[in-house]
Structure formats: C-alpha cells, structure tokens
Ligand binder design. Structure first.
Ligand code: MSP
Length: 663
C-alpha cells in the first residue's frame, strides 16, 4: 500500500506544473457539543469556494473538514443528555456531515478526532515531543475557564476575575500537567512571520499575532487530569491530552503524518488554514510552535474571517436567533445562501445577517442582473437565430476586453480570499453585459436589412459573456453555474472546466438548451406578510403550549349554548364597578339588559350601535346590583389571568337580521 502511494504521489508531483500547484485547505474542526449554525456553514462555504477555484485553476486540491469530539464541553453536553460521550459524538457528528452535503461542499475528507488514525497520530507526536524534551511534566496552577477549557493569565482576566472571552467567572485550578516548551520556538516563529507577510491574513490579524508573540509566550499546559473524555497521554494514563493540542493535530493526521509519510510530504508543504477570528491564537501561535518543534514546515497561509451577528445582535440560543443553515438552504436554495454569505461582507470583517438582506440580494443580483441577462440573451438567440449561436469574423468587443480585466481581478481577489471583491467584479461584468444589450438594441438590428453581421456579433458576444460569467461564479454557486451552461447548450460541468482554457468566441455554433427561470423573484410584500404570519403562529404555538384546554364536548353539548346576533343600543357606567358596563341590547324579537366586563377597552360611544354576538340562554345573574341577561362574546389575550387585549366578535355582514342564531 505504501509502495503504491509512493508511486502515486511521485507521479502526481511529476505531473504538476510547479510546486505551487498544490493546495491543501482546511476548515476548523467543529465542536459537536451543539448542532451546526451559520458560523460553521460560513467557514465551510468559504473553504469550498477557495478549493473549487483552485481546482479550476489546475491545482491539485485537498479540502479537509471534520469534527472536534473530545474535551470538557463535549463531556458536559453528553452528560446533560444522559449519554456516553462516544454515543453522543457518534450521533451529533452526523449533523456536520449532513451540513457538508447540504452546502454542496466538495471536501475530500472528513476527520473525526475520535478516529483511530487521529488518536494514534496525537499520541505519537506527544511521545516524540516528550522524548526530545519539548514536553515535560510540571505543576500548573492558575485561573481556568471551565466552559472554554483554557487557563487565563492574570493580566488578561476580565473584571471580578472573569474570562475575557465569555465573561464567565474563572476558577482557580492546580494540577499536575505536561507542558509544551513553546517559548523555545518563539524567535523562529517571529522570523517566519517577518519573512512571510501573508502567512497570517488579513493584516489586522497579522499585527495582532506579531504583537502577541513579541510580548512573550509562556510554556503551555497540554494535559489535564481533571477530565476523562480525551486522548490518554501515552504511558501516563492519568492524564488526557488537552483538547486543543489534540484538535490542531487533525490537519496532519488526516494527510498521513504517521501512516503515510509520502502522502504527508506531498500535501503538507501546501497547507493553509481558514478559521474564525476567535481561534487565531491557537492556529497562529500554538500550532506553528508545535510544528516547529516537530520539524515540519509551517502553514503557508492562515486566514481569519470575522463573525456574524443576526439582525444586529449576537447570535445565541437564549436570544433564539441562531440561524439554521439547513432551514435557510431549504427555503432559499443552497447557491443563494452561499452567494449571500460571501458577497454581503468583505471576508475578514464582521457582518450582520438578515433574511431581508438575503431576499434583497436574490431579487436584485440573482433574479434581476444574472437572471435577466440569461433570459434576454437566450430569448434573442432563439427568436433571431433559431437557437443556434451565430459566428462572426471577429468576436472581439469591449465585453471581450473587459472579460480579460475581470479574469485578472477575480484571480487576484480569489488568491487573497477576497470573495466579495471577486463577486463584485463578476457582477460589474454582468451589469456591463446587460447594458450592452440596451446599447446595441439587437431587436432593432433584427428588423433592419444588412445588419445580420452586426446582430451576429452582438449575440455571440452576449453568449460568450454568459458562458464566462457562469464559469466565473462556479466556485461560489456550482449548481447555478451548471444550470446556466445547460441552458446555453453546454453539457460539460463548468466546475470541472479550467479558467485558463476559456477562449472567447468558442461558443459559436452551439445549439442552446431549454430555458428555465434561474431564480424566481420573491414578492417582497407577500414575503413580509408570510413571515409576519409565521411569527404570529410561532408565538401562538408557544402560547398554546401553556394554554389550559377545556374538556372535550359533543356537538350536542355545544348546541345547548344559544348564541344570537344582537345590537348594543345603549351603554352606561355602573357606579359601583370599575370593570362593568350596563348594556341595553336589541335581539330584534326582544330587548335585554346585559352586564359586560369590557370597560377597560371601550368608551361607551364606541360600543353603542355595535352588532355583536350574545349568549342568550345563560342563567340571569345580579352583578353590582344590576341583573345581567346574557353574555357578549369577545376574544382576548390574557397575561397572568388579566386581559391585555380584547376584541368583540361581530358578524361580517352587519345587516344580518337581529336575533339570527349563531351555530
Ligand atoms: N473546535 C474548535 C476548532 C478546532 S480547530 C483545530 C472550535 N469549534 S467551533 O465549532 O466552536 O467553531 C468553529 C468555527 O465556527 C470557528 O472558526 C468559529 O470562528 C466559527 N464561528 C462560530 N460562530 C460564528 C459566528 N457567529 N460567525 C462566524 N463564525 C463563527 O472553535
């Protein structure tokens, strides 16, 4: 097996144009203490886009994601569910695999830290570092944040000895611990970063890491005795390996650090990590220091993206505003979701997620700009050229020259993970192409004699603009890209094509395919109404969970309640009562006096003349000295037994004869 791999990777190396043509990209491995949310989806989508782009640029790509399954958080979550940690992680990690599928992620591997290949690698590295004296045993005492599983240095603590990250109180902890001699490798790491200015991106994070490193790094505690759910320290099973030490190693265990050195040697020189800004110290300090100790090369790039808030608020379970990627994809489709996340916010910055903004982008960028260009172009090729893309002697228009500029801009942006910049450039091109239609007015050319060549030129250029645009969006919207090519009559999958092989004009002679609407426009008013209704329904469902229902009755039981249409003819206050009105009601066949506890909601003049529903066969009762002969029906919202909102039941047709029976 190893021999096979050896030859396989040697052949692969030989077939590459140069050493830069490999691209090994990783997402963080996600904690399985909770189900996936938009934050997880974001990194996966970003990595997938970068991976797809590089494949289309002819690189040999490996894209890794997975799950982080050890540590206190997981143990606690499992206990809360009454499950063993293993059963718990086996169950929850599946959600993260499903997320990859739902997001159309093209990952080549999915690693779990509970897998044997990983556990053995972690233990082997730990043992190697002990052997070479870079891990040693000592005692650790310090302030510890239990939920975050991290010691907090005294100078970094929040007010009243709280965790600077999560704000929760810290506990003093003392334990025997293994330490990693991190301090030893700091000068080497500083030098590497000084020589590789793009090793940490964006610049703000680079500066942050450099100043942190220059402030000095202490040796780091890498084992715990207070916890069971982790990888045992080899030869000292009282300790489990600290979850971050364990987790970071996944990037190496997944490409054969231990089991397949050839594979590791092939991929490792091209490794780059994408992470959220909250975990850069682990990735840009701890991890590279470990790699230096292990004697392997450092990551080529580490990119830290920003965080999403939701409608201006921090996302949290208690606020109930956690964005569920499964539900969003189901409602709007995977490509709009991918597009929105990458287009809305410059990658690296924080951003605010709002469903309204997502719908806005679907309508304007996708349905309007892209969808219209496609529809209009195909429609014209169908009507004027029987569905066959015309050819012409020289297909080079200003769209063609712009396309070259756009390709350059997209390439630069994608190499810098500036996905929003890449998309902006593509949409400028789409916008220019739509304008090209308005300027050249093909419908006029089609009517004028001697303008055949001109029309051919316009149609071919539009077709090529679309063929290229679809290809350019493929890393972000792989499905849409394919659907556009299908409509253009191209059976190849654009995702598998190569940017550099695109030749402007080559589409001439193609027979276009069947048209379909790419992105139906979302009617904003109807959408808002539906959302409001959904919100009300959810609130009602919440309420009904606490509603006490009456026992079931039969239809015959119900029929014994006599209800009739009546009109309020007079409304008077009852001096002794704060709540009641004395009402005169007209049933057509007779007049009655009724007392009703609706004073808080109406003025007398608002009630006089109202047509209402009256229960007529209730036993008369005396209320505040007035005999009441019936009850007016009303709906109310009650809080703690008190009506907060009230509305009277009124027949829709106010002219229905008084006394009519309600059933
Ligand atoms: N298990 C560690 C990573 C170990 S990597 C060796 C971890 N897991 S996590 O599930 O908590 O977070 C995974 C990623 O999700 C992080 O990169 C984090 O930044 C990202 N996000 C979590 N919430 C987020 C937002 N609200 N917005 C954007 N990304 C966020 O950390």
């Amino acid at each position: 097996m190893l021999l096979f791999n050896h030859n396989f990777y040697r052949r692969k190396v030989a077939s590459m144009m140069n050493g830069d043509k490999k691209f090994y990209i990783t997402t963080p491995i996600y904690y399985v203490n909770d189900i996936p949310h938009i934050g997880h989806a974001y990194t996966t989508i970003a990595c997938d886009t970068a991976a797809r782009y590089k494949r289309m640029k002819g690189c040999d790509v490996r894209f890794l994601t997975g799950t982080d399954e050890h540590g206190q958080k997981i143990q606690t979550a499992a206990e809360a569910k009454g499950e063993t940690p293993q059963a718990f992680v086996d169950r929850i990690h599946i959600k993260f695999r499903e997320l990859c599928q739902v997001l159309n992620a093209s990952n080549d591997d999915f690693i779990r830290t509970t897998e044997d290949r990983h556990i053995r690698t972690v233990q082997a590295m730990f043992a190697k570092l002990i052997e070479q004296g870079d891990i040693y045993k000592g005692t650790y005492s310090g302030y510890y944040c239990v939920p975050d599983e991290t010691y907090v240095p005294e100078n970094a603590m929040g007010p009243n000895k709280t965790c600077p990250d999560c704000g929760r109180p810290l506990t003093i902890m003392e334990e025997e611990s293994y330490f990693f001699r991190a301090s030893k490798y700091v000068p080497q790491l500083i030098k590497y970063y000084e020589e590789n200015l793009k090793a940490v991106m964006p610049k703000i994070r680079y500066n942050e890491i450099m100043s942190f490193l220059k402030g000095g790094v202490r040796d780091q505690s890498v084992s715990r005795t207070s916890l069971k759910w982790g990888i045992p320290v080899p030869g000292d099973e009282k300790h489990v390996i600290y979850v971050w030490f364990d987790a970071l190693i996944n990037y190496a265990s997944a490409v054969g650090y231990l089991d397949d050195p050839e594979k590791f040697a092939y991929w490792w020189p091209s490794v780059r990590h994408m992470v959220g800004k909250d975990i850069i110290r682990f990735h840009c300090v701890t991890w590279p220091l470990l790699l230096l100790a292990l004697g392997v090369n450092l990551p080529v790039e580490i990119f830290a993206h920003g965080w999403w808030t939701v409608d201006g608020e921090k996302m949290s379970k208690t606020r109930g505003n956690v964005v569920d990627p499964f539900g969003t994809v189901k409602e709007y489709g995977v490509d709009p979701f991918r597009y929105f996340l990458l287009r809305e916010v410059p990658f690296g910055n924080d951003g605010d997620y709002s469903e309204l903004a997502l719908v806005g982008r679907i309508n304007s960028d996708l349905a309007n700009d892209l969808g219209n260009l496609l529809n209009r172009t195909l429609q014209m090729i169908r009507s004027y050229r029987n569905g066959i893309v015309p050819s012409c002697n020289d297909a080079k228009s200003e769209l063609e020259s712009m396309s070259r500029e756009i390709l350059g801009r997209v390439d630069e942006a994608m190499n810098n993970y500036a996905f929003d910049e890449a998309l902006k450039a593509i949409w400028e091109f789409i916008g220019r192409s739509n304008k090209f239609i308005d300027e050249t007015m093909p419908w006029k050319l089609a009517k004028e004699e001697g303008k055949e060549a001109g029309l051919n030129f316009v149609l071919l250029n539009l077709y090529e603009a679309l063929r290229l645009s679809a290809m350019l969006i493929a890393p972000v919207m792989p499905d849409t890209s394919k659907r556009i090519w299908e409509q253009l009559g191209i059976s190849e999958d654009p995702v598998k094509s190569q940017y550099d092989a695109f030749i402007w004009g080559e589409g001439a002679g193609n027979a276009i395919g069947k048209s379909e609407v790419l992105f139906p426009r979302i009617d904003l008013e109807a959408w808002k109404k539906a959302k409001e209704e959904k919100k009300l329904q959810e609130e009602a469902a919440k309420q009904s969970a606490v509603i006490e229902h009456e026992p079931e009755i039969s239809i015959d039981g119900f029929k014994t309640v006599e209800m009739r249409v009546a009109r309020i003819t007079k409304c008077e206050e009852i001096p002794k009562s704060k709540k009641l009105y004395k009402l005169e009601v007209d049933l057509g066949y007779e007049k009655r006096t009724v007392c009703s506890g609706i004073k808080a909601f109406f003025k007398p003049e608002e009630l006089e003349g109202k047509t209402i529903i009256l229960v007529t066969n209730l036993k008369p009762v005396k209320l505040c000295g007035v005999e009441s002969n019936g009850m007016i029906l009303a709906a109310s919202v009650k809080k703690d037994g008190v009506s907060e909102q009230l509305t009277l039941l009124e027949p829709e047709d106010k002219n229905i004869p008084l006394g009519s029976r309600v059933s």
